[in-house]
Design a protein. Structure first.
Length: 106
């Protein structure tokens, strides 16, 4: 697919606040062009009412030094959406593309 969407990949920064509580803030890891495709949605029902719908996304980016460091504790920001990265694999171990699976919780 065409890499025609601009995404921001963020990494977690874990710190302690003034009272010693661990807090997570997010820092930009990189901005890159990507192909983004929704895969599936799975509805969570509670008392026969839909409470949330998880949407799984497949995001493809070019392989480069920064993109090759993408890990499951990172997240993607795109068009007002926050996607939690589940996995990132080097397609066919060819160092050409990285395929990221991410989950959007609604």
């Amino acid at each position: 697919g065409k890499l025609d969407r601009r995404i921001t990949i963020e990494k977690p920064i874990k710190e302690a606040d003034a009272s010693g509580q661990k807090i997570t803030s997010w820092q930009q890891h990189c901005r890159t062009w990507a192909a983004i495709m929704p895969l599936t949605g799975s509805e969570q029902l509670k008392d026969n009412r839909q409470v949330s719908e998880d949407v799984r996304w497949i995001i493809t980016v070019r392989y480069n030094t920064l993109n090759s460091q993408v890990a499951a504790d990172m997240r993607i920001q795109h068009a007002g959406r926050t996607l939690s990265i589940q996995s990132a694999i080097d397609v066919d171990d060819r160092h050409e593309q990285i395929e990221i699976t991410a989950l959007e919780r609604k």
